[in-house]
Design a protein around this ligand. Structure first.
Ligand code: 5GP
Ligand code: ZN
Length: 140
């Protein structure tokens, strides 16, 4: 565990957090600077910087927690919906280099946008979509 990682320290019980639930592989707690009440983070216990650094079983456990928590959070804070996502890497806005899924409660008229608002609308890429898809597929 990197000594300087705040989420490793929360996982180890060395730093405090408003914990919601935990299991063998994951812990869920409230974000210290919530975008809305109930804003929750789900992290793997074992340090991993990006999604691809997690072992497959831990990745499945994270998704399972997100799946179960989203409706419970909506219910608890009387939200209409949740935005669920990961900043995966610094260039995407990841500030804490320990994987964490955000669950952000949303309500009609809250002034926020959809995930599509992370970038301004682009003109269509010059490459053919089939070529981009094939290029990705060869890397799996
Ligand atoms: P990122 O931009 O890396 O996806 O988001 C990091 C999130 O972690 C932010 O929303 C920030 O408020 C939250 N955060 C950072 N440090 C702490 C902490 O020590 N405790 C808790 N509970 N949340 C934190
Ligand atoms: Zn860590």
């Amino acid at each position: 565990m990197p000594e300087s990682c705040i989420f490793c320290r929360i996982a180890a019980g060395e730093a405090t957090a408003a914990k919601i639930t935990e299991d063998e592989q994951t812990i869920a707690f409230l974000d210290a600077n919530p975008l809305s009440p109930g804003h929750t983070l789900v992290i793997p216990r074992t340090h991993a910087t990006r999604l691809e650094d997690m072992d497959p079983e831990t990745g499945r456990a994270i998704l399972d927690q997100l799946r179960v928590l989203a409706p419970a959070i909506e219910d608890a804070v009387d939200a209409d919906a949740t935005t669920v996502g990961f900043n995966n890497g610094r260039a995407a806005g990841q500030e804490v280099p320990h994987v964490h899924g955000h669950i952000i409660p949303r309500s009609r008229g809250d002034g926020g946008g959809p995930i599509h608002a992370v970038l301004p609308r682009q003109s269509p890429p010059e490459e053919e979509p089939e070529d981009i898809a094939a290029s990705i597929a060869t890397r799996l």
